[in-house]
Design a protein. Structure first.
Ligand SMILES: Nc1nc2c(c(=O)[nH]1)N[C@H]1C(S)=C(S)[C@@H](COP(=O)(O)OP(=O)(O)OC[C@H]3O[C@@H](n4cnc5c(=O)[nH]c(N)nc54)[C@H](O)[C@@H]3O)O[C@H]1N2
Ligand SMILES: Nc1nc2c(c(=O)[nH]1)N[C@H]1C(S)=C(S)[C@@H](COP(=O)(O)OP(=O)(O)OC[C@H]3O[C@@H](n4cnc5c(=O)[nH]c(N)nc54)[C@H](O)[C@@H]3O)O[C@H]1N2
Ligand code: SF4
Ligand SMILES: [Mo]
Length: 695
C-alpha cells in the first residue's frame, strides 16, 4: 500500500478512512484494519458499509481482464482485442445509423475527472447527443427545483455545521439513519440543544425516532402537504414579509392559487391528521432558524420537482436561508452524486453546470476542448428516455460506465428487453453486474482503492481520494479506457492525459466562470486543506460554504416562489391493485447491491430482499410472517419474503432496491416521468400482493 488514507466508495458523505494491510497471519492471508480518519463531514466516523468496503474491492470476483462475447459466452480477451472491437462497433453504428445511434450512460460513483471525461468523450470522440446518467434517477427533481427556485443547484445551501444551529429541522422523505449514518450525531447534538425535528415518511424509520412530530404521509402526496404548510404559515402570520419583499418573486401569485384550497380535504389526501400538520407547520414557521432536508422519498415521484419546490416555498416565505442555522439540503445519494451532476454527464449539460443549449456556454467549452461550437452536439434525452430508445432501436450501441440499469431502472423488464435489442452493449465495471452479464464487451475497471480522483460530497465540498494500491490484474482506470477508445477513434489529440490530475487541471478551466466553479481548487490545496466547497473561483478563494447570504443565483438576485398545481400522480391504488408500493434502502446494502452483496460482512446482515408489511394488512391478505409473497403491478411481478412491521402505514408496503432477478422491486415500479425533470415515479406504484407459489 502506498498510503493508507482513503475514502469510502459509497454514499454522499464521503467519509475518510485509514486502511492498513496486516500481513503475516499464520495462514499467510491478508487482513485489513479499517478506521475512520479525520475529516470535516463525518468528523472521523465510519459506518458499517465504510468499514467493510474493502471486502468487495479485494474480493475474488473482481474483473481482471476484458471479456468479449464469443459463441454466446463472455470470454477473456486482451485489451487490444477488446478496444479494437469496441472502436469498430462505434464506427459501424455511426456509418449505418449515424452518431446519435450510440448512447452513453454514466454514473454518480465516477470521479469528477471520469464524469468530465465521459461527457467530453460522448460529445467529442463519439459526437452523440445521447448521454445521460443514473443521477437522473437520483438527484434530478431536487436539482431542477434548486435551479428554478434559487437559480442554482448545490445539494446543501449551508454547511453540515449549521445543523446544530437550527431551531427546527424538517426531514422529508430522507432516512439519514440508514443512508448517511455518520451524519446522525449532527442531529442528535442539535436535539440535545433543543432543536425540534419533524419527520415526514410513510414509515416510522430509525430517523423518525429523532422526531418531535412524525407525519406518516401517504406516498406521493408531499406536494399537497407542502402547500398545507404554506397556507398555515400564512394564516398564522408567520411569513417574513421583509425577506419576501426584498429577495423573492411570485409570492402574490402563489397566495392566489392557495386561497381556494381546503385544508381538511388536503389532509385527507395526505392521510394525515390536520391538527398534527398544523402543529408541525407552526413549529417550523415560528422557529427563528431552520433547515429543510429532502431526499428520494419526496423526489422520486412524478411530481417530485413540484413537491421539492413546494418545500422551498416554505424556506423563502419564512426567510430561513443564507444565514447561520438556515437553509435547504437535498441529501445527495451517491459518493459523487453532487460532482457527477456538474461536469457534463447530463443530457443538457456542459462542465461547470453550463448549459448545452446556451450559445455562450457552447462557445466557451468548445474553445477549451479545441473544437468548433457547431461541432458540439445539442441536448439529448433523460436516462429512462435514453433506455427507451433501445426499444425503438434508435439507439443501437450502448456504452455504460458505472451503473447497473437492469436492476436500478423502473420497469426493469422493459429495460432488459431493450438491452437485448442492441447491436452491441459495452459495460465498464469492476464486477459482472446483472447488466454486465448481458454485455458483448466487458471492460474491467479499478476500484476506489486503486483509482485517484476527486469526489464532491453532499455539501458541495470537493475531496481528493488517492489510490492506495495498484490495480488488480489488467483492470484499468475509467479515464484510461476513455483515452484509449478515443485513440482508436483517431481523436487522441483531444484526450492527451497521463493522470487524473491532468484531467482535473482541464476541468478547472472548463468550469471557470460557470455555476459550479472549481477553478480555485487544486490537488495540492485539497491535500493541504482536506476539502474545499465550490464555488471557488480563485486559488486564493477559501470556497463558499454558505450560499445565498446576499443574493440568489438568478440574474436579478431574487429567488422565485413556485406556483401550486394540484399534483398529478400517475398511479393511485384501485380495486385491482389496492396497495401502494414504495421502496428504498437498508443500512447494510448499497444501491443494486453489486458491491455490498459481495462483501461477506455486509451480505450477512441482510441476505435476501423482503417486503415490510403492516400486520393488519398481512392478515387481510392471509400472509404469514417470513413467507414468500408475489407482488405485482401493471408492469410486472417480483417475489420476496414478508416481514411484519407496525411502523409502516397499513395502505403501503416497502421493499428495498438492493437485489436483482426475481427479487427486483423495479420489475413493478412506475416508469412514468416527472414532466419537469424526467425523474421516474419510483416511489409510488399501485400493486397487489399474494402468497407466492414456488414450484
Ligand atoms: N445504506 C444505504 N445508504 C445509501 C444508499 C444505499 O443504497 N444504501 N444509497 C445512497 C443513494 S444513491 C441515495 S439516492 C440515498 C437515498 O437516501 P434516502 O432518500 O434517504 O433513501 P430511501 O430509503 O430511498 O428513501 C427515504 C425514505 O423515503 C420514504 N418514502 C417513501 N415514499 C415516500 C413519500 O411519498 N413521501 C415521503 N415523505 N417519504 C417517502 C421511505 O419510507 C424512506 O424511509 O442514500 C444513499 N445512501
Ligand atoms: N426502486 C428504486 N429504484 C431505484 C432507486 C430507488 O430508490 N428505488 N434509487 C435510484 C437511485 S437514487 C440511484 S442513485 C440508482 C443507482 O443505481 P445504479 O446506477 O445501478 O447504481 P449501482 O448499483 O451503484 O451500480 C453501479 C455499478 O457501477 C459499478 N461501479 C462502481 N464504481 C465504479 C467506478 O468507479 N467505475 C465504473 N466503471 N463502475 C463502477 C458497480 O460495480 C455497479 O455495478 O438507482 C435508482 N433506482
Ligand atoms: S456509506 Fe456513507 S456514511 Fe457510511 S462510511 Fe461510507 S460514506 Fe460514510
Ligand atoms: Mo441515488
Amino acid at each position: 500500500m502506498l498510503t493508507t488514507l482513503t475514502q469510502c466508495p459509497f454514499c454522499s458523505v464521503q467519509c475518510k478512512a485509514d486502511i492498513r494491510l496486516e500481513e503475516g497471519t499464520p495462514q499467510g492471508s491478508k487482513s485489513f484494519v479499517v478506521q475512520g480518519a479525520p475529516n470535516a463531514a463525518s468528523q472521523g466516523r465510519l459506518c458499517v458499509k465504510g468499514q467493510n468496503a474493502h471486502q468487495h474491492a479485494q474480493g475474488r470476483d473482481r474483473l481482471k481482464q476484458p471479456l468479449i462475447r464469443k459463441h454466446g459466452e463472455l470470454t477473456p480477451a486482451s485489451w487490444a482485442e477488446a478496444l479494437s472491437l469496441v472502436a469498430a462497433q462505434f464506427k459501424q453504428t455511426t456509418s449505418r445509423y449515424g452518431q446519435n445511434a450510440i448512447g452513453v450512460y454514466g454514473g454518480g460513483s465516477l470521479t469528477n475527472e471520469t464524469a468530465y471525461m465521459l461527457g467530453k468523450f460522448a460529445r467529442v470522440a463519439l459526437g452523440t447527443r445521447y448521454i445521460d446518467y443514473n443521477g437522473r434517477f437520483c438527484m434530478s427533481a431536487a436539482a431542477s427545483a434548486g435551479v428554478k427556485t434559487f437559480g442554482m443547484d448545490r445539494g446543501m445551501t449551508c454547511r453540515l455545521s449549521d445543523i446544530a444551529a437550527a431551531s427546527c429541522i424538517i426531514l422529508a422523505g430522507t432516512n439519514i439513519a440508514e443512508c448517511q449514518p455518520t451524519l446522525m450525531p449532527y442531529f442528535l447534538q442539535a436535539k440535545e440543544k433543543g432543536t425540534k425535528i419533524i419527520v415526514i415518511d410513510p414509515r416510522y424509520t430509525a430517523t423518525a425516532a429523532l422526531a418531535d412530530i412524525h407525519l406518516p404521509i401517504k406516498p406521493g402526496t408531499d406536494a399537497i402537504l407542502a402547500a398545507m404548510f404554506m397556507k398555515i404559515i400564512v394564516s398564522e402570520g408567520l411569513v417574513d414579509e421583509d425577506f419576501v419583499a426584498s429577495r423573492t418573486e411570485g409570492y402574490a401569485e402563489l397566495q392566489a392559487e392557495l386561497a381556494g384550497l381546503d385544508l381538511a380535504e388536503m389532509a385527507d389526501r395526505c392521510g394525515l391528521a390536520l391538527e398534527q400538520v398544523r402543529t408541525a407547520a407552526i413549529m417550523y414557521g415560528d422557529a427563528p432558524t431552520g433547515i429543510i432536508f429532502t431526499a428520494r422519498g419526496v423526489e422520486q415521484q412524478t411530481d417530485g420537482h413540484l413537491a421539492v419546490r413546494g418545500l422551498l416555498n416554505l424556506v423563502l416565505a419564512t426567510g430561513k436561508i443564507g444565514r447561520e442555522g438556515c437553509g435547504y439540503g437535498a441529501v445527495t445519494g451517491q459518493g459523487n452524486g453532487q460532482g457527477g451532476r456538474e461536469h457534463g454527464q447530463k443530457a443538457d449539460q456542459l462542465p461547470g453546470y453550463r448549459s448545452i443549449e446556451n450559445d455562450a456556454d457552447r462557445a466557451y467549452i468548445a474553445s477549451v476542448w479545441g473544437i468548433q461550437p457547431e461541432d458540439l452536439p445539442r441536448q439529448g434525452v433523460s436516462a429512462y428516455e435514453l433506455l427507451e430508445r433501445m426499444n425503438s432501436q434508435e439507439i443501437r450501441t450502448l456504452f455504460i460506465m458505472g451503473s447497473n440499469p437492469v436492476v436500478s431502472s423502473p420497469h426493469a423488464d422493459r429495460v432488459e428487453e431493450g438491452l437485448k435489442k442492441l447491436d452491441c452493449l459495452i459495460v465498464a465495471d469492476m464486477y459482472l453486474s446483472e447488466t454486465a452479464r448481458m454485455a458483448d464487451v466487458v471492460l474491467p475497471v479499478t476500484s476506489y482503492l486503486e483509482n485517484t480522483g476527486t469526489m464532491t460530497n453532499l455539501e458541495g465540498r470537493v475531496l481528493l481520494r488517492e489510490a492506495v494500491q495498484p490495480p488488480p490484474g489488467e483492470a484499468w482506470h475509467d479515464w484510461m479506457i476513455l483515452r484509449e477508445l478515443a485513440r482508436s477513434l483517431s481523436k487522441e489529440q483531444y484526450f492527451q492525459y497521463t493522470s487524473a490530475e491532468e484531467i482535473f487541471e482541464e476541468l478547472r478551466i472548463a468550469s471557470k466562470g460557470g455555476t459550479a466553479d472549481y477553478y480555485g481548487i487544486t490537488y495540492e490545496r485539497l491535500r493541504q486543506e482536506g476539502g474545499i466547497y465550490w464555488p471557488c473561483p480563485a486559488e486564493e478563494h477559501p470556497g463558499t460554504g454558505m450560499l445565498f447570504a446576499e443574493r440568489f443565483a438568478h440574474a436579478d438576485g431574487k429567488a422565485v416562489f413556485a406556483p401550486f398545481q394540484l399534483p398529478q400522480q400517475t398511479e393511485f391504488p384501485d380495486g385491482e391493485y389496492p396497495l401502494t408500493l414504495t421502496n428504498g434502502r437498508v443500512l447494510a446494502h448499497y444501491l443494486t447491491g453489486v458491491q455490498t452483496r459481495r462483501s461477506p460482512a455486509l451480505a450477512a446482515r441482510q441476505l435476501h430482499n423482503f417486503v415490510e408489511i403492516h400486520p393488519q394488512t398481512a392478515q387481510q391478505y392471509r400472509i404469514r410472517e417470513g413467507e414468500w409473497v408475489e407482488i405485482s403491478s401493471r408492469r410486472g411481478s417480483f417475489t420476496v419474503r414478508s416481514k411484519y412491521s407496525a411502523a409502516i402505514r397499513p395502505d403501503t408496503i416497502f421493499v428495498p432496491m438492493h437485489w436483482g432477478g426475481i427479487q427486483n422491486v423495479n420489475k413493478a415500479t412506475n416508469p412514468a416521468l416527472d414532466p419537469f425533470c424526467k425523474m421516474p415515479g419510483f416511489k409510488t406504484a399501485a400493486v397487489r400482493i399474494r402468497t407466492a407459489t414456488l414450484d
